[in-house]
Design a protein around this ligand. Structure first.
Ligand SMILES: Cc1cc2nc3c(=O)[nH]c(=O)nc-3n(C[C@H](O)[C@H](O)[C@H](O)COP(=O)(O)O)c2cc1C
Length: 183
């Protein structure tokens, strides 16, 4: 599949099968991510790969964050929250670790991590895998960040679910007309 075909045919997975992508394939996705444009070669991305029981690290942290926000949350609500971490067989938390640099402002380092995630999504598409990029309010919660081993200066840019699609979202039409000026 060429790059344009991967871009044009990509859509998010709404539901994943239980099939677990191999370690080699996950590593290939991370390499693709780390090939993103990187001003100053700062490698501003950090990855935390979760599969199997390790997904509970995120599930439990999301429930703790929910309980803080909604102390009255019942068991069912908490379990629904926890289950979000188990939607896919592999979950990759991607964070930006921006640092002070005389020529590369923080925004450029964060945008580079967004580009890294898109590389990962497209590489997955090319390999026949499916993805879903999520954040949700817990991405910005310090306890969630810490539970995954990120420090307070690191910002989670996405939780990328990876696996084999059982159901894919329809491919979205991209309308460039209203957002483009030809000068
Ligand atoms: C930074 C970022 C965060 C996102 N967070 C969420 C999220 O928390 N929940 C969600 O349903 N979609 C989220 N999305 C959007 C989906 O990943 C997806 O792109 C969108 O639903 C459009 O579907 P498509 O990927 O099939 O075109 C996020 C996208 C980005 C770029």
């Amino acid at each position: 599949m060429d790059v344009l075909e991967a871009i044009e045919s990509r859509s998010s997975a709404k539901k994943f099968t239980d099939e677990v992508p191999s370690r080699a394939r996950i590593e290939a996705l991370l390499h693709a991510a780390a090939r993103a444009p990187d001003h100053g070669s700062l490698a501003p991305w950090r990855f935390a790969v979760m599969q199997g029981d390790a997904r509970a690290l995120l599930g439990d942290a999301m429930v703790a964050a929910l309980r803080e926000r909604m102390p009255e949350a019942d068991v069912e609500t908490c379990e629904r929250e926890r289950s979000k971490a188990f939607r896919s067989p592999v979950l990759i938390a991607v964070a930006a670790a921006p640092r002070e640099h005389p020529k590369v402002p923080e925004i450029e380092q964060i945008v580079a991590v967004g580009a890294a995630i898109e590389n990962l999504l497209l590489a997955a598409r090319g390999m026949g895998l499916a993805t879903m990029w999520k954040t949700g309010s817990h991405a910005y919660h310090p306890a969630v960040r810490r539970a995954l081993g990120f420090d307070d200066a690191e910002k989670i840019i996405g939780f990328v679910h990876v696996g084999v699609a059982q159901v894919l979202a329809p491919v979205r039409h991209a309308d460039i007309g209203p957002v483009t000026r030809w000068l």
